[in-house]
Design a protein around this ligand. Structure first.
Ligand code: AAL
Length: 434
């Protein structure tokens, strides 16, 4: 009996020892794991703030965006498109084109938009044939154009109202073409900024300055307010001879006009195209405008799209540059940083931005706008159409369908691009000199 008791005591003691040792092992493992985390393992749950551990460049960048998860990012959106009703394109024969819409504005429950309208006897003959352009034959899609306007109750069905700015008599600025308007509302008046061409575009480049006209009503009549309002840069500066896509917003009590210049290409190197955006600031819409010393403030993007966002300015970089197809933000309206990467972006996107002219310190963004599709016709019947885009780039909505990254496009969208010669004809266009 005594023997049995002793061996039971020994067994219990052994068990206790085993339990104690294994517990302290578990404890040690937990401590080790905690230490490991502290040593630098990225957690399973995406942190909102940058963890204090060594990070790869990619992980590091996640915390430079407004939010590390793109779906939560107020400056990320998908774009969805709707065909507009009410515009006639002559059966798509290339003789009527509408493009480069202004941002729509809402006046007494009616939306207004201004745009480039070309209505010519024949379609454009193209850049490279610009020398053959005549008073009736346009070189480009925006040659021999005028600025027209249309109104709408819902932003989808539009009624074309007529011409807002027609071409003045030669040799007045814009005699050849007036194009690519945008609007400013300032102290109860309306100001149209637009490109004024004195030669067929493509002849020596896409060379033109910006003109302004103003009116008491969005229906006009428009009074000519000045030419070359955004001064060209000096010879050999990035914006000499071209100032495109003027887009005014009101900021800090002044007019801030973002504009584009296409540079680096003309006169003799047609393939070296580059695009920059500058900022010009004035106390009054008609100027004088002072250019920002850090111009170009953006080195990516084509047509300008800038809007007041929070206390700063956001922009959509469309088509050109290393940072094409990104949305960027600058707290100071000058030093832009990438906030998101986007796809199927609206070309010449012109958002309905309620607070573009209110001098807001808390810009809210937008949910729709107008844009254009070029190449609506064939190469020989080239023309453009205006369309509507919808998105969620507004701080006042959260629409998951626009925040989803799983948006799949029909195969036709991809197949429509065709292929180039690399595999069809390896020695063809694009082959590097051996
Ligand atoms: C557009 C805009 C300007 C250019 C031309 C017509 O996309 O950038 O307006 O001059 O192309």
């Amino acid at each position: 009996m005594k023997q049995i008791k002793t061996s039971l005591r020994i067994s219990i003691t052994l068990l206790l020892v085993i339990i104690t040792v294994s517990c302290s092992n578990t404890e040690r493992k937990i401590v080790e794991n905690n230490e490991k985390e502290a040593e630098g393992v990225f957690p399973y749950k995406m942190p909102t703030n940058k963890p204090n551990i060594p990070l790869s460049s990619s992980s590091e960048r996640m915390f430079n965006y407004p939010t590390p998860r793109v779906q939560d990012n107020e400056l990320f959106s998908q774009f969805k498109y709707t065909r507009l009703q009410g515009f006639n394109y002559n059966g798509g024969d290339g003789t009527i084109s509408r493009r480069d819409p202004s941002r729509p504005i809402l006046v007494n429950d009616t939306y207004y938009v201004w745009y480039t309208k070309r209505h010519t006897k024949v379609p454009p003959i193209g850049w490279s044939n610009a020398a053959k352009a005549t008073d009736e034959i346009p070189s480009t899609d925006w040659d021999l154009a005028e600025i027209w306007y249309a109104t709408s109750k819902d932003g989808i069905t539009w009624e074309e109202q007529g011409v807002a700015i027609s071409r003045p008599e030669k040799p007045k600025s814009g005699w050849r073409s007036v194009a690519t308007p945008d609007i400013l509302v300032w102290k109860g008046k309306y100001y149209l900024y637009y490109q004024a061409f004195d030669e067929p575009s493509g002849l020596r480049g896409d060379l033109c300055p910006v003109s302004i006209s103003y009116a008491d009503s969005p229906n006009g009549p428009w009074t000519h307010g000045g030419d070359k309002v955004i001064p060209f840069g000096k010879e050999n500066e990035w914006d000499h001879k071209a100032t495109h896509d003027p887009q005014p917003i009101v900021r800090n009590g002044k007019i801030h006009v973002y504009y584009k210049a296409a540079y680096n290409k003309w006169p003799n190197n047609r393939s070296n195209y580059a695009v920059g955006h500058g900022l010009a600031i004035a106390d009054n819409p008609l100027g004088p405008y002072t250019k920002h010393p850090l111009n170009p403030v953006m080195q990516s993007g084509h047509e300008t799209t800038y809007w007041p966002y929070k206390e700063g300015v956001a922009t959509l970089a469309i088509k050109d540059g290393n940072e094409r197809e990104t949305i960027q933000y600058a707290k100071d309206g000058v030093n832009f940083e990438i906030a998101s990467c986007v796809s199927l972006v609206p070309s010449a996107g012109a958002p309905f931005t309620k607070d573009a002219f209110t001098d807001t310190k808390n810009g809210r963004g937008f949910t729709w706008g107008l844009s254009h599709f070029i190449n609506a016709g064939t190469a020989k019947k080239s023309y453009s159409i205006i369309a509507r885009f919808d998105c969620d780039l507004s701080l006042d909505y959260d629409e998951p369908a626009y925040k989803s990254t799983g948006v799949w496009h029909k195969p036709e969208v991809y197949f429509a691009q065709g292929t180039e010669t690399i595999n069809k004809n390896p020695e063809g266009r694009g082959a590097k000199q051996k």
